[in-house]
Design a protein around this ligand. Structure first.
Ligand code: BES
Ligand code: ZN
Length: 925
């Protein structure tokens, strides 16, 4: 317990008359999640029942605690809910079978935003003598006059609540049916919001069985985790009883009530799978259904355990805070992550649907069947689901080359993890309000990348066997990170715990400095940080090296600060002009960067130009070089020279990384070398133009999925860089499209390019293109097309237009879940306008966007357009009194990024020979 909190305002909140209704009101502040507990005070053994701790004393001892006490634990919930979809309220009752295992006169559980009828509370026949609610913690303490009997008893209470508009707990989503607006009732409980729907032990380790009953309007569909056991209809209201669930955590309980239709399939084992959509859209659920069925079939074999539930439903929800949520047996999605329409969806959206479905269904085993013991181990859920979703999608769509695309995840994680403000994969959680923030690139992308590293170190077969054995051992239970490593060690005999702990318990990662010393290569590890400093971290690094060819790889664990690698003769001839090269971290399976000395670097550049390197290695080399340049360990000049070697590239994944690097260079040059920025853009255009011209605007018969995705990516980059010809062509096609929506000149894949081209020429005095886009937005059915427009509406330099677009988030034209997209389109030239808008409208933004991770996205989108220390100080000052735990880390990371950019700017300013190199490369053919 944090001593500063203990007893500070000693139970002044509490001691309410037991006869009255106890209003369990919302905590203040903008954080998405409400207060509860953290780790530290009550580390619980796992798996199995928590060790009890006796409790005498007063209710005040449970205030400000890290986690709920363990002397009583739920075994079974009988939950009855009756939502009113017109009044947007609900009433309910719960009967929780609780096992009391140590002497106590208290029951301590979670509740938030509920009105609990305190006269209804009974534990067996006992009524509590005190009912105390700690609002900041979301904790409800029930005090009884004497110690409770050991063993099982039933705790009952009645409560009411509101179907809120905040996309958490039990909430309301809106949709159109036959031209009229209707409400849908939906739950979203992860991480700590089940307590907003019913009083419960709202921590992942308190697994229990759930039996739900819903009373809903007879004409609606009501879904929950389990299949329906029976239904009774009484006029306008029907009562649906669901089968009892297996042992599960509260954050996975789910309910959806509304009008739906569905498509249905079945797995090889006979499990029924359905995709529910709004009426009229079920056809768009077919692709997700197909991926869903295939995923369940694959995971059953891969995890070596059958799908644990009798059915799997997947539902598209119009208002949804995350992308998708893996509720046990009832997975919820945003519409755009579930629905796919051949006519109006793009290839990248198809891929996104496949990855999302494969991810959420992986959680049914990894997360739902075996659950993290505490949020510190969230990465087990998210890192594994991310990694294994790629394994699944690779097997369904081998032509997508998804493992090469996976390097997007690794480079995203490497980028975030080179900040001081990063955090270890296993992160301490002291308070529930901190949980939301760790659904970030460290838990997901770094988590998935270190799993890929381990997978590559152990080999596919050993890895799968160990994983299946872990799932069996911890099924229906909870596990910590070290439990997983212990199983891996036992199954493989490898030092997995030491190896992996160095990656999960400390933040950051190393850069390996590689230097030729005679016939040896000297390797030295040092923590890589983008601010140019070097941190204290040390890792056990799985080194791999390709040398002259890919079939002569070497592998070893670098455990010390320095070590040596013997350069063998097969690495090629080291004489000038020879074919010598050596590449460390083959195919980027390791979570580290490499810095080569001049000779090694030149040899590698030569191997690159002579097409000796794999796609994955091409990506690794440019990404490392970009990062080293940002950290001023390399010049921008040398980065540009390397980039120039990629001008003949044709692969989607490689070019998508080239595109990120060109975007970054183009952005920094505005501040660093304003006089040269135009030439730099021309050079970047030169690099991207030839693959773009090869593809053209029009899709070709039978071309690959990757080329279909490459085309818009390159064309968008060219428009961003101000390439006149592409902008004019986009404009031309848009004008035809506006007259004929069915024109073949603008299919879904390239539409956004044209939209962005139109925005390039828009201004307050020339706003017809803008008005046409706004009209398009209004008229489009929900989904991908609307988001496509929303994402570019602020891509403009004109103050009036930028403000008009930003202010759209305050209107009912934009759902609050989508507000962050408006900010995403902002151009660097509009950064002052956007920053002033944020300051002037801060309270309103906070209220409108409401979900704190999405508020964080808005702040990040605007703040990181800047590249000066002065601006970082100004932003920091503004938020000094306005930060909430929900976006605090995102804000700090954004500020650090601004300072890193500022430092990079200073470095570039003093770089000799940059202008000359740019002109030289521009002049070259
Ligand atoms: N468990 C998450 C959903 C979630 C995210 C709940 C944040 C609470 C807070 C889900 O499994 C997930 O990871 N969803 C991803 C999509 C996935 C394809 C990466 C998401 O929402 O972005
Ligand atoms: Zn997930």
């Amino acid at each position: 317990m944090a001593p500063s909190r203990a007893g500070a305002v000693h139970v002044a909140v509490a001691l309410l008359a037991v006869v009255a209704t106890v209003a369990v009101a919302a905590a203040g502040g903008g954080g998405r999640k409400m207060a509860s507990h953290g780790e530290g005070t009550n580390p619980r053994e796992s798996p199995g029942p928590p060790a009890p701790a006796p409790a005498g004393g007063s209710a005040g001892q449970f205030r400000g605690q890290a986690r709920l006490p363990r002397f009583a634990a739920p075994r079974h919930y009988e939950l009855h809910l009756r939502p009113d979809l017109v009044a947007c309220t609900f009433s309910g009752s719960v009967a929780i079978t609780v096992a009391v295992s140590a002497s106590t006169r208290f029951l301590v559980l979670n509740a938030a935003d509920l009105s609990i009828n305190s006269s209804s509370i009974r534990f067996q026949a006992l009524a509590p003598t005190e009912v105390v609610f700690f609002k900041d913690d979301g904790v409800l303490v029930l005090g009884f006059s004497k110690p409770l009997p050991f063993g099982e008893g039933v705790l009952k209470m009645d409560f009411t609540g509101t179907l809120n508009d905040q996309m958490r707990g039990f909430y309301r989503s809106k949709y159109q049916y036959k031209g009229k607006e209707r409400n849908m009732a939906v739950t979203q409980f992860e991480s700590v919001d089940a307590r907003r729907c019913f009083p419960c032990w709202d921590e992942p380790a308190f697994k229990a069985k759930f039996k739900l009953t819903l009373e809903v309007p007879s004409e609606l569909t009501a879904l929950s985790n389990m299949p329906v056991a029976n239904t009774t209809v009484a006029g306008p209201i029907k009562t649906i009883r669901y089968q009892e669930s297996p042992l599960m955590s509260t954050y996975l309980v789910a309910i959806v009530v509304g009008l739906f239709e569905y498509v249905e399939g079945v797995t090889v084992k006979g499990t029924r799978v359905r995709v529910y959509t709004q009426v009229g859209k079920s056809r768009q659920g077919k692709f997700a259904l197909d991926v869903g069925v295939k995923s369940l079939n694959l995971y059953k074999d891969y995890f070596g355990t059958p799908f644990p539930l009798p059915k799997m439903d997947m539902v598209a929800i119009p208002d949804f805070a995350a992308g998708a949520m893996e509720n046990y047996g009832l997975v919820t999605y945003r519409e755009v992550t579930l629905l796919f329409d051949d006519k109006s969806s793009s290839a990248s959206s198809k891929q996104n649907v496949a990855i999302t479905v494969a991810h959420e269904l992986a959680h049914q085993w990894f997360g739902n069947l075996v659950t993290m013991e505490w949020w510190t181990h969230l990465w087990l859920n998210e890192g594994f689901a991310t990694w294994v979703s790629h394994l699944a999608v690779d097997s369904f769509f081998p032509q997508w080359n998804i493992w090469t695309q996976f390097l997007d995840s690794t480079t995203t994680a490497l980028r975030l993890d080179s900040l001081e403000e990063s955090h270890p994969i296993e992160v301490e959680i002291h308070h529930a309000s901190e949980v939301d923030q760790i659904f970030d690139a460290i838990s997901y992308e770094k988590g998935a990348s270190v799993i890929r590293m381990l997978h590559s170190y152990l080999g596919a077969d050993r890895f799968q066997k160990a994983l299946a054995s872990y799932i069996k051992k911890y099924a229906y239970s909870n596990a910590k990170t070290e439990d997983l490593w212990a199983v891996f060690e036992k199954e493989t005999g490898e030092p997995v715990k030491d190896l992996m702990t160095s990656w999960t318990k400390q933040k950051g990662y190393p850069v390996i400095n590689a230097k030729l010393k005679g016939n040896d290569m000297e390797l030295e590890q040092a923590q890589f940080l983008l601010d140019g400093s070097s941190g204290p971290g040390m890792w056990i690094v799985p080194i791999t090296s390709g040398c002259g060819a890919y079939d002569t790889q070497k592998k070893f664990l670098l455990k010390l600060k320095r070590d040596k690698l013997v350069i063998a003769s097969q690495c090629g001839d080291r004489k000038k002009g020879g074919n010598f090269w050596t590449k460390l971290n083959v195919n980027g399976t390791g979570f580290y960067r490499v810095k080569y000395d001049d000779e090694l670097g030149a040899a590698l550049q030569n191997a690159l130009e002579t097409k000796k390197l794999s796609l994955m290695d091409k990506i690794g080399i440019i990404d490392d070089s970009h990062a080293l340049s940002m950290a001023r360990q390399q010049t921008l000049t040398s980065l540009l020279r390397l980039l120039y070697c990629y001008r003949g590239e044709a692969d989607y994944s490689v070019l998508s990384h080239i595109n990120s690097v060109t975007a970054s260079i183009s952005k920094i040059s505005v501040d660093a070398t304003p006089g040269l920025a135009g030439d730099i853009k021309q050079l970047l255009i030169k690099i991207l133009l030839s693959p773009a011209e090869k593809l053209g605007w029009d899709p070709k018969n039978g071309e690959s999925h990757l080329d279909v995705m490459l085309r818009p990516m390159l064309l968008l980059a060219l428009v961003q860089l101000g390439h006149g010809k592409t902008i004019n062509e986009g404009d031309r096609r848009f004008n035809i499209f506006i007259r004929d929506r069915n024109t073949s000149l603008l299919p879904p894949d390239t539409r956004k390019v044209a939209y962005l081209a139109v925005m390039h020429n828009v201004s307050s005095s020339n706003r017809s293109g803008y008005d046409a886009l706004r009209k398009l937005y209004k008229e489009s059915a929900e989904g991908e097309e609307r988001l496509r427009v929303l994402g570019i509406l602020s891509s403009c330099r004109d103050k009036g237009i930028v403000l008009e677009s930003l202010n759209l988030i305050f209107t009912n034209e934009v759902r609050s879940q989508d507000a962050y997209l408006v900010v995403r389109g902002l151009q660097i030239e509009a950064r002052e306008i956007a920053w002033n808008w944020l300051k002037e409208n801060w309270e309103r933004i906070l209220k409108t966007v409401s979900v704190s991770s999405l508020v964080g996205d808005v702040i990040k989108g605007i703040a990181t357009l800047f590249a000066s220390n002065e601006k970082a100080a100004e932003v920091s000052k503004f938020f000094a009194t306005r930060t909430t735990p929900g976006f605090e880390r995102t804000l700090k990371q954004s500020l650090e990024n601004v300072r890193i950019s500022a430092r990079w700017v200073e470095g570039i300013k003093s770089e000799p020979g940059l202008a000359q190199t740019v002109r030289e490369l521009l002049g070259k053919s």
